[in-house]
Write a protein that binds this ligand. Structure first.
Ligand SMILES: Nc1ncnc2c1ncn2[C@@H]1O[C@H](COP(=O)(O)OP(=O)(O)OP(=O)(O)O)[C@@H](O)[C@H]1O
Ligand SMILES: [Mg+2]
Length: 397
């Protein structure tokens, strides 16, 4: 069965050959930030990249920091990701020995055994005892030094998923986000010969760091946008799904599916809708069945969880008054495919916020564009994604 949620790798990972090639080329010199909205396939791309690098014999660490909200926890997560690479765990532990005195008996244990899950729990506990808000910069540096010693094949790759969320958490919890960004920047400068970073996040880095202000602390990253599937790729992806399920594929069926999803062909929506269609009809699929599945399943209760995030995100990441203005604008913009004139959006903004501050209005539109709700189309603003617009129209008008 086709995987539909969660990152995909290996044989389930469809195409993206150009992107992988570009990333590998850029990584020869630069650290990279991957930019895209939710569900465009960032994690899959990062995982697949890691898999290919490992195949070439390069060491690649992967960490997901979505729920991390303090620098000391980030550092512990980093050490755990290195610890998880079991074939070089002993090397890593040995290099940490000098810096983590209280953990040294545990390191002796690690060196003597191949160790099971119990040792990982002890390791994290030990790190928790030794790393705190007063020493995380120094301990974090020690951990990076130990990571450098894990392989002679340089560079070693460190892939960090959901970093913008992590920074946002730190800002919200007043946990030294700026100091963390300064420290991380200096780590990148010091390790450019040996380490290469790929970071990603589903919310706009620019907006998250704007208030600190932190843009100069991340502008060394090369920005790479992860795009959606092209129409051609979406069609090939659908055909592959039919073939794998041994269901007869006809071009008109593929075309109908991509028409329902509409541009841009978000990999996740394409995958999830394909799966719904295949489940729906067994061996005989018609255009009518697809239309029905789109309206009653993807835009129905089954799809709810996938779209709710876009609504929630306004509440979580935008301040209250801006979230209100955004909702008013989106509510009007979803009615017509062409969207609404910018001037009308400004009137809605004025009414919702009670201010005439044009700069804040422009910032809000910029945020909504970066977070992939809207796009500019001449003097109009409109929804970026057809499927999101359809959903918004159903539930927000
Ligand atoms: N290259 C791909 N081949 C096949 N399916 C893909 C590909 N990329 C993404 N998908 C589909 O999209 C879904 C989401 O992918 P992934 O988790 O990588 O996206 P993401 O951008 O990291 O999402 P999030 O913002 O939620 O973290 C996958 O479960 C899969 O169904
Ligand atoms: Mg992801």
């Amino acid at each position: 069965m086709l995987p539909a949620s969660g990152p995909v790798m290996g044989k389930d990972f469809f195409n993206r050959e150009e992107e992988i090639k570009d990333l590998l080329r850029l990584l020869e010199r630069e650290n990279i930030v991957l930019i895209s909205p939710r569900r465009y396939g960032k994690t899959s791309l990062m995982r697949e990249l890691g898999r290919r690098l490992s195949e070439r014999g390069q060491l690649c660490l992967f960490l997901d920091v979505m729920h991390i909200d303090a620098p000391e926890d980030f550092v512990i997560e980093l050490a755990t990701a290195a610890f998880d690479v079991t074939n070089v765990r002993k090397k890593f532990a040995k290099s940490l020995k000098g810096a983590f005195i209280r953990l040294s008996t545990l390191f002796d244990e690690i060196e003597a055994t191949v160790a099971g899950t119990g040792i990982k729990v002890k390791f994290r506990k030990g790190l928790n005892d030794e790393i705190g808000k007063d020493n995380w910069t120094e301990k974090g540096k020690n951990i990076f030094d130990a990571i450098k010693s894990m392989s002679n094949e340089k560079p070693i790759y460190v892939v960090i998923d959901e970093l913008s969320e992590c920074i946002n958490n730190m800002i919200k919890r007043k946990k030294n986000a700026k100091k963390f960004l300064q420290w991380f920047r200096s780590i990148r400068q010091q390790t450019i010969q040996d380490l290469r970073f790929v970071v990603g996040g589903s919310v706009s880095f620019d907006r998250v760091v704007r208030g600190i202000p932190g843009l100069p602390l991340i502008n060394d990253f090369k920005r790479v946008c992860v795009e959606c599937f092209s129409r051609e790729d979406a069609l090939k992806f659908i055909e592959k799904g039919f073939i794998e399920e041994e269901i007869e594929y006809r071009e008109e069926i593929g075309v109908k599916i991509v028409e329902c999803i509409g541009e841009p062909y978000v990999p996740f929506f394409t995958a999830i809708f394909l799966r719904m269609t295949l489940q729906e009809a067994g061996a005989h699929i018609t255009k009518e069945i697809i239309e029905e599945a789109y309206n009653s399943k993807l835009l129905g209760a089954q799809g709810k969880g996938y779209f709710e995030h876009y609504k929630e995100r306004l509440r979580i990441y935008y301040d209250e008054i801006m979230a209100k203005a955004a909702k008013w604008i989106l509510k009007k913009a979803c009615v017509d495919d062409r969207g609404i004139p910018k001037q009308l959006a400004f009137n809605l903004f004025r009414e919702a916020t009670g201010t005439v501050d044009e700069e804040r209005f422009v910032d809000l539109l910029y945020d909504l564009e970066n977070d992939f709700y809207i796009k500019f189309d001449g003097e109009n603003i409109r929804f970026q994604s057809k499927v999101l617009r359809d959903w918004w129209r159903l539930y927000h008008v």
